[in-house]
Ligand binder design. Structure first.
Ligand code: ZN
Length: 314
């Protein structure tokens, strides 16, 4: 099953003709997640062929406008188009009040339930899990409370050696236990060691979203071994002092976090409007880390089973 990241907006606070502010649509094993929802996001979803009603979860990293000013418009359109299925929105505590007030003063009565979940944590915590995926959140270092997200597919467990299981006449009812890495005792008192009948689980794919943040080595252990890291790179390193003062990062700093956390791939984004393209950011990041991509509006990345990262659409 697919694990794709569609970049809707790749720029920082000021929209330009080439870059919209932050929004990404993630499809993780048919779980449809919107991360951040800047002004214009509903147009970009439409332009990029994403059906807005299939969004089940919205993750809002923080309450700077370039990360959520499009949210009330998107919700309103979902209602106008007849949505009935619920929507869960994770965000900082003031978000619910802001959105509900905007809807209420306009006299909107939503045709669907909006469930707000407050993000408020000093460490890494799990906020969502179902049979296929899980989502964690963790704090970033920014001027106001800001949260990163880690979206992972669940492990399918150990791989069974079916021919051997059949040959030794191990009943199928025990397969799940063996998959989970447990030894079992059969009715005839035979002890079955899972290691004999399985091979180690396949690698699981994961995606970490870190925007906005200053350089923060606390992230390294939180996102260790992540398959794909999206890290903001608002500036180049010649503006490191400005990055520090505004609680943002440079391309080099983003690549250091990727290297130290042993990420497989890095996507840079949240570029300041002063840069007309991302070439210098890519060059700077590649001095520390090999597999670097730039977020560009409309780009779709696919995380493959073998943990490779492919560009599905430029
Ligand atoms: Zn911000």
């Amino acid at each position: 099953m697919d694990f794709t990241i569609q970049i809707l907006g790749s720029g920082a606070a000021v929209p330009t003709l080439k870059r919209n502010p932050s929004a990404q649509f993630v499809d993780c094993l048919n779980r449809h997640i919107l991360i951040d929802c800047a002004e214009g996001t509903q147009h970009l979803l439409r332009k990029n062929g994403v059906k807005i009603q299939k969004i089940q979860i919205i993750l809002i990293s923080h309450l700077h406008g370039d990360h959520y000013f499009g949210l009330v418009g998107l919700i309103s359109t979902m209602h106008l188009l007849g949505r009935t299925s619920g929507l869960t929105i994770y965000g900082p505590k003031e978000l619910e009040q802001i959105i509900r007030m905007q809807l209420e003063v306009g006299g909107h009565r939503m045709g669907f339930d909006i469930h707000f979940e407050v993000l408020d944590t000093k460490g890494k915590i799990q906020i969502f899990e179902d049979s296929k995926i899980k989502i964690h959140t963790f704090p970033l270092k920014h001027r106001i409370p800001t949260f990163g997200f880690l979206i992972e597919e669940n492990s399918k467990g150990y791989n069974l050696n079916i021919p051997l299981l059949e040959e030794d006449k191990i009943p199928v009812v025990y397969y799940d236990k063996l998959k989970g890495g447990n030894d079992v005792v059969l009715d005839d008192d035979r002890l079955i060691r899972f290691k004999k009948y399985t091979t180690p689980p396949s690698a699981t794919r994961s995606y970490a979203y870190c925007s906005d943040t200053k350089y923060d080595e606390n992230l390294v252990s939180i996102i260790e071994n992540v398959t794909v890291l999206y890290h903001e790179a608002t500036f180049l390193n010649d503006m490191q002092s400005r990055a520090k003062a505004t609680y943002h990062s440079t391309a080099r700093e983003a690549s250091l976090i990727a290297k130290k956390s042993k990420a497989k791939h890095l996507i840079l984004g949240h570029f300041s409007a002063r840069y007309h393209h991302a070439d210098a950011h890519l060059t700077e990041a590649r001095t520390e880390f090999d597999s670097v991509f730039s977020a560009e509006d409309g780009r779709i990345f696919s995380i493959k089973r073998d943990l490779d990262l492919k560009l599905l659409q430029e």
